[in-house]
Ligand binder design. Structure first.
Ligand SMILES: *[C@@H]1O[C@H](CO)[C@@H](O)[C@H](O)[C@H]1NC(C)=O
Ligand SMILES: *[C@@H]1O[C@H](CO)[C@@H](O)[C@H](O)[C@H]1NC(C)=O
Ligand SMILES: *[C@@H]1O[C@H](CO)[C@@H](O)[C@H](O)[C@H]1NC(C)=O
Ligand SMILES: *[C@@H]1O[C@H](CO)[C@@H](O)[C@H](O)[C@H]1NC(C)=O
Ligand SMILES: *[C@@H]1O[C@H](CO)[C@@H](O)[C@H](O)[C@H]1NC(C)=O
Length: 783
């Protein structure tokens, strides 16, 4: 009471005395940025009718000109508001007693491999640090898709045959948006976006949940699209298109606009989605990994999970480099991308008769004459290897870099990087080129993504790119004209090996908590056919006049909604399962062998992939329905985890709204004791020869009432692993039994600052169910 009164007086005081005084220079617009402000919402003085009024008064007390405006207020997954502030304003606000913390906003990007289009960024070759079944299942479940909106008239979103909207649904649709029994919510959040970018351009963006980009329509249809037959993209991938949970309802929360997705809007979307009563949140968006208490997505996801909402998020497309995984909070299900057994071969035939394999979904209107060889040019070799600026940008086929006199009538070899893959085709086309070969940089390895290019084009791997460059150079040396053509071979199915881990799929180790293996699992994310907006052509380029009902895209963005849809199916089948139980079922039943019976390969190298690439493995929908055992987790477990991460109480309270009592938790041990479906140990070699660690796991029986599980241990090479007890005898469903895993390791020779990872598994089986947890041992040599 005392405090509220003081606060009240201070507001009055500032309102009275602060009007015309310019005590410090008014900060320029440029110095402002958006902060997400966490507030102790219990202490709202009664003079303010709503929290909004209170928050706005806090901003008014800054007496800035023009006055600061509340962008969004949050009251479900977070308590507080967002606003644009200068650092000085932020300082002043942070001193007000009710303000807990100010979190600077991050701009996020979509996790398609097209995202360069969105933000103009793609890891370049020179800067690898990265510029960065129809069943009734699912029919009462609501999947919230936080993305670029939706194209509501698409046949994938028809509501024929669907029951009434589930009565628990509290969301709504604006009267001017064509919702139905399939799309039952359509909200959009732009305040944070406009605060930074200014008013959106109404001629390029829809000021509604309608999708002008295509990404949101694509991801929503992967999660919950109806059966559509026939479906194809420009004749490719003909067949039935269907989402994972074809009868689940969709609630659309549009937060991504042409220049990105802003945290303040994303947080509002989470807030509304949880209030509306979604069951699953699908988020194919990500940014930079920061500690969980500074990450608004992690904070929002914590409260969503606490409310029983399953949150799946894309791992990111920063692969194949290590430690590139994002959206790593242990309460979020982090999804990487794998291939399916379908591809779109399009070979390059060189003048010397050599055939180089590539992939493409190019289909008209312009074509290459069959059998004819065209002159082939590589702008990067023009200056004889001098590599001047112009030569470099031309080798990448950047806008305006190609000399029409050089490329007219020719096929142009372009290197991947900087601008988007389809944009390079546009540059070639505008300069008069007849075709394009897109070569991976060393960084991209042999990973290939099929694109709907606007010019006849194909993508080749880094090694094949070298073959073509060498062919060109050899001919030029002999003053001969290098020639080539592209042969488009359509859709090929039954590809082996499959799945493989997509080259771009972001990899572990988890940069924030290496003791929690991330990504959790992989799902299909390479060359995925799904619904598309009518607003733009399949290449996404403004100049692309083609329209397609379906489009083929790649990215962990496409993998994530597969898991979102599956989670909805699992929740429909097991309404009492927590988000952690659902994730456990998905992870412990995942597989790691491809369709040739070998460990899944890494697309970028062709070598075997590891747990750092695929986590627990590739999702197996059927098996996930009946996992036998699950490793469950509650809010309290996550709070213990945060305590054991050595976060301060105030940092923990930013994430978890309950009073955190870390005394008990710290006694419980270490972060590795979080009851996670994977087990990961990190040993730092400080001179000891032998080291050991242990962790506790609690298995919950969700299989048969009387079942006896026996353990099989696959120790990582050179380690000793024991499990106690070696048998778990369950007498009823829901019963929980503990076991202890002990690992002994020996120091290994490592150079300073380097690390080595080995993996094995703990496998429980009752003869009917197989419950597999990856067991990972990482040795680190300190610097
Ligand atoms: C390249 O990476 C470095 C960090 O290694 C970073 O400082 C720099 O800004 C990056 N360059 C570009 C063009 O993003
Ligand atoms: C909006 O976008 C269109 C198409 O790109 C462009 O022609 C127009 O100038 C833009 N308007 C504003 C105000 O930026
Ligand atoms: C792939 O495997 C080969 C043969 O084992 C090895 O020489 C090569 O270094 C591996 N490549 C990578 C990138 O790990
Ligand atoms: C937390 O602090 C304790 C004691 O200093 C330390 O042993 C432990 O490794 C720390 N945990 C993490 C995750 O940093
Ligand atoms: C594993 O156990 C064997 C037999 O007890 C022992 O010789 C070996 O040193 C142990 N290895 C490690 C890594 O502790």
């Amino acid at each position: 009471m005392q405090i509220s009164l003081l606060f009240f007086l201070s507001i009055i005081f500032s309102l009275l005395f602060s009007l015309p005084i310019h005590s410090f220079p008014t900060s320029s617009k440029l110095e402002q940025r958006t902060f997400i402000i966490s507030v102790n919402h219990h202490v709202k003085p009664s003079i303010f009718p709503t929290h909004f009024h209170w928050y706005q008064a806090s901003l008014d007390s800054l007496s800035s000109h023009p006055p600061k405006q509340v962008l969004h207020t949050y009251d479900t997954v977070f308590h507080g508001f967002s606003a644009q502030l200068t650092n000085a304003d932020a300082d002043i606000l942070s001193k007000q007693f009710h303000i807990l913390s100010l979190i600077p906003e991050q701009v996020r990007s979509l996790h398609t491999t097209r995202s360069p289009l969105f933000l103009g960024l793609e890891p370049s070759s020179t800067n690898t640090s990265s510029l960065l079944e129809e069943s009734d299942f699912g029919s009462d479940l609501v999947i919230g898709v936080i993305d670029t909106g939706i194209w509501p008239e698409h046949p994938s979103f028809k509501d024929r045959g669907l029951n009434a909207i589930p009565p628990k649904w509290r969301g709504f649709c604006p009267s001017d948006f064509p919702c139905n029994k399939k799309i039952i919510g359509a909200k959009f959040f732009f305040e944070g976006y406009e605060a930074t970018n200014g008013k959106m351009n109404g001629s390029t963006e829809f000021h509604s949940a309608r999708d002008s980009d295509g990404h949101g329509t694509h991801t929503a249809s992967i999660a919950a699209g109806r059966y559509v037959f026939p479906a194809d993209t420009l004749g490719y991938a003909k067949g039935v298109a269907a989402g994972m949970a074809p009868k689940a309802r969709l609630a659309v929360y549009k937060v991504c606009w042409t220049s990105g997705c802003y945290d303040s809007d994303i947080l509002k979307a989470f807030d509304e989605a949880v209030k509306d009563g979604v069951d699953v949140i699908s988020l194919s968006v990500g940014g930079v990994v920061v500690p969980y208490y500074l990450d608004s997505i992690a904070i929002a996801a914590f409260r969503a999970v606490q409310s029983g909402v399953f949150v799946s998020a894309s791992a990111g497309n920063g692969g194949p480099g290590g430690s590139s995984v994002t959206n790593v909070a242990p309460w979020v299900t982090t999804v990487g991308a794998g291939s399916i057994d379908r591809d779109f071969p399009a070979d390059v035939v060189l003048g010397n008769g050599r055939r180089v394999s590539g992939v493409s979904v190019y289909r008209g209107p312009d074509g290459l004459e069959p059998g004819k060889l065209y002159p082939l040019v590589y702008a990067g070799s023009r200056e004889g290897g001098g590599g001047g600026g112009q030569g470099y940008s031309a080798s990448l086929c950047l806008e305006g870099s190609l000399d029409p006199n050089m490329v007219r009538g020719k096929i142009v070899l372009c290197d991947r990087g900087i601008n988007s893959r389809v944009a390079k085709g546009e540059v070639v086309k505008e300069a008069g080129g007849v075709g394009m070969i897109l070569a991976n940089a060393v960084f991209d390895g042999e990973g290939l993504v099929a694109d709907c290019h606007v010019v006849p084009a194909t993508s080749v791997g880094a090694a094949n790119g070298d073959v073509i460059r060498r062919y060109i150079a050899d001919n030029l040396k002999r003053s001969a004209m290098p020639v080539a053509t592209i042969v488009f071979r359509g859709t090929r199915v039954g590809v082996r090996p499959a799945p493989v881990v997509a080259a771009f799929s972001a990899r572990g180790p988890n940069p924030e908590t290496p003791e929690i293996l991330k990504p959790d699992l992989i799902a299909p994310g390479l060359n995925i056919l799904a619904s598309w907006t009518k607003r733009v052509g399949p290449s996404g380029l403004i100049t692309d006049r083609r329209r397609a009902e379906f489009n083929i895209l790649s990215g962990t963005s496409m993998a994530c909604p597969h898991v979102s849809g599956l989670a909805a199916l699992l929740k429909a089948a097991h309404p009492d399962w927590s988000p952690a139980a659902i994730r456990s079922a998905l992870m412990t039943t995942a597989y790691t062998l491809d369709n040739q019976g070998a460990t899944m390969r890494d697309e970028s190298t062709g070598n075997e992939s590891t747990v750092m690439d695929f986590g627990a493995g590739h999702v197996h929908p059927q098996k996930a329905m009946d996992p036998g055992l699950v490793y469950d987790l509650t809010t309290y477990d996550y709070i213990d985890f945060l305590c054991n991460s050595n976060y301060t109480t105030s940092n923990i309270e930013l994430i978890a709204p309950k009073k955190a009592n870390c005394q008990g938790a710290k006694r419980a041990g270490h972060v590795g004791n979080l009851n996670y479906p994977s087990i990961s140990y990190v040993f730092v070699q400080y001179g000891q020869h032998k080291m050991s660690s242990h962790s506790i796991r609690i298995a919950t029986n969700v299989g048969d009432p009387n079942s006896v599980y026996r353990v099989k241990i696959v120790p990582p090479t050179g380690t000793n692993v024991t499990v106690e007890p070696e048998q778990l005898s369950f007498r009823r469903i829901g019963q929980k039994l503990n076991f202890l895993v002990r690992v002994q390791v020996e120091a290994i020779p490592l150079s300073a600052g380097s690390s080595n990872t080995r993996s094995g598994a703990i496998i429980w089986s009752d003869g009917k169910h197989t419950v597999t947890s990856p067991l990972v041992v990482t040795m680190q040599q300190p610097l």
